[in-house]
Design a protein around this ligand. Structure first.
Ligand SMILES: [Zn+2]
Length: 381
C-alpha cells in the first residue's frame, strides 16, 4: 500500500469559534486584514459579527463585499488589484464556497503574478501565500479545508480547478452558529453538494484508507441530518452534524478527488448558471447508476452508511437501494429536474464534451464516453 494524505488547514470547530477570527489573525502575525464576503452574509448579520472580532483585536481591516456565486477570473483580478494596494498580511474569508474560493485566488495573486488563469491545474502556484482564515457559512463545498479554488475562466468558458500547494486556508474556523441563517433551499443544495463529495471520493480511483474513513462517516452524517437541517435551520445538532459531515467529505475529496458528477456539474454552472449544489444534486443518482457496475461492493458500503437494510443483500441489490435512497432524499429536498431548471436539450452535446475534459473524470470509477454523459443528462431531464 502506498498513498499520500493531508489537508492544508488547521481546524477549530464548535459553536462560537468564528468570534476568534481576530485573535487567530493576530496569532498568525497579522496587523492588516482583507475581509472577503458577499452581500448575503452581510444582510444576515454574520459579517458584522466577524468584523467586530477583527476590530476588537485592533486589526486594520479592508472589506471586500463583492463576491458573486461561481466567481470569475475578472472578479478575482479586480479584487486582487484592490488588495495589493492595501497590502494585507492576512485574509479572512466568510461565506460559502464562492467567498472562500475567491479569497484563495486573491491570496494567490498577492505573492504571485497575474493572471490567475495561469494557475489552472495542480501544484502550479510557485510562491508561498499569506495566512488565510476561512469561516464557512454553508455546509457544502468544504472549501475551508481543501486545497482547491474554483474560479470561472470567462474566456475559455470553463471552471478552473486551481489546487495544491499554497492554495488552501491556513486555519478553518468551523462554527455551526454561522450556518443558522442559511435559507432552506441553500441548505438543501449545498448539503447535496457535500453528499456528492463524500460519495464521489469513496468511489474515486484515488480513494485510500484515510479518505474512505472520512467519506463513509460523512455520508452517514449528511444523509441523516440534511432533512432536519433543511426543515429547521435553528437545530444546532443537525447544523453541527452537517458541518462536520461536509468538512469530513472535504478531508476525503481533497486527496481522493471527485468524479463524473462534478465533471458534469461544472459545465452546467458555466453554460446554464446553475448553482453548484443544484447542478450536482440533479445528476448524482444517475451517475451512481452509471458507476454502480464498476463499484458494486463500494455502493453497498454507501447503502450501509445511509442506514439501508442491506447487510444480507448481494451488492448489486444493495447498490439499487443506495441509488433509491439518494433519489428519495432529492425528492424530499425538492431538488428540481434539468427540465424544471430550464436547461435546454440542445446544449447536452457541449456539456458532454466539456465534462470529458474535467480533471475529475480521470478519477471516476468508469471511463465515460460522450454518449454515456448524454444518456445521464437525458435521465436527469
Ligand atoms: Zn462540489
Amino acid at each position: 500500500m502506498e498513498f499520500m494524505f493531508g489537508i492544508p488547514s488547521f481546524v477549530q470547530f464548535g459553536p462560537g469559534v468564528a468570534k476568534k477570527a481576530g485573535e487567530v489573525a493576530q496569532g498568525l502575525g497579522a496587523r492588516k486584514v482583507l475581509f472577503v464576503y458577499d452581500k448575503g452574509v452581510k444582510s444576515a448579520g454574520l459579517a458584522d459579527e466577524v468584523l467586530k472580532a477583527l476590530h476588537d483585536s485592533n486589526l486594520e481591516v479592508l472589506e471586500f463585499d463583492g463576491v458573486q456565486p461561481n466567481p470569475t477570473d475578472t472578479l478575482v483580478e479586480n479584487a486582487a488589484a484592490m488588495a495589493r494596494e492595501f497590502q494585507p498580511d492576512a485574509i479572512v474569508a466568510l461565506g460559502g464556497g464562492s467567498s472562500i474560493d475567491c479569497a484563495k485566488a486573491i491570496n494567490i495573486l498577492q505573492t504571485n503574478p497575474s493572471p490567475i488563469n495561469q494557475y489552472d491545474g495542480l501544484n502550479t502556484v510557485p510562491n508561498p501565500t499569506r495566512p488565510l482564515i476561512a469561516i464557512p457559512t454553508t455546509a457544502g463545498t468544504a472549501s475551508e479545508v481543501t486545497a482547491f479554488s474554483i474560479v470561472t475562466d470567462t474566456t475559455r468558458q470553463k471552471k478552473m480547478v486551481i489546487g495544491g500547494q499554497f492554495v488552501g486556508a491556513t486555519m478553518a474556523l468551523v462554527d455551526p452558529q454561522m450556518t443558522f441563517g442559511m435559507p432552506s433551499s441553500i441548505t438543501a443544495s449545498t448539503g447535496m453538494d457535500a453528499l456528492t463529495h463524500a460519495i464521489e471520493a469513496y468511489l474515486s480511483k484515488g480513494a485510500m484508507v484515510p479518505t474512505d474513513v472520512c467519506a463513509l462517516r460523512a455520508i452517514e452524517l449528511i444523509y441523516h441530518n440534511l432533512p432536519t437541517a433543511t426543515r429547521n435551520g435553528q437545530d444546532l445538532e443537525a447544523r453541527t452534524n452537517m458541518l462536520l459531515g461536509s468538512m469530513m467529505a472535504g478531508f476525503a475529496f481533497n486527496c481522493a478527488v471527485l468524479g463524473l458528477v462534478h465533471s458534469i456539474a461544472h459545465p452546467l454552472s458555466v453554460h446554464c448558471g446553475l448553482p453548484h449544489g443544484v447542478a450536482n444534486a440533479v445528476v448524482l443518482p444517475y451517475v451512481m447508476e452509471y458507476n454502480a457496475p464498476a463499484a458494486l461492493d463500494r455502493m453497498k458500503d454507501i447503502a450501509l452508511a445511509m442506514g439501508q437494510p442491506v447487510s444480507d443483500m448481494a451488492p448489486v441489490e444493495a447498490a439499487k437501494l443506495a441509488i433509491a435512497a439518494v433519489k428519495a432524499l432529492s425528492r424530499e429536498l425538492q431538488i428540481p429536474s434539468l427540465e424544471e431548471l430550464g436547461v435546454p436539450r440542445n446544449i447536452f452535446d457541449r456539456l458532454a464534451e466539456d465534462a470529458l475534459l474535467e480533471i475529475s473524470t480521470i478519477f471516476n470509477p468508469r471511463e465515460p464516453s460522450k454518449q454515456d454523459v448524454i444518456d445521464i443528462l437525458v435521465k436527469a431531464y
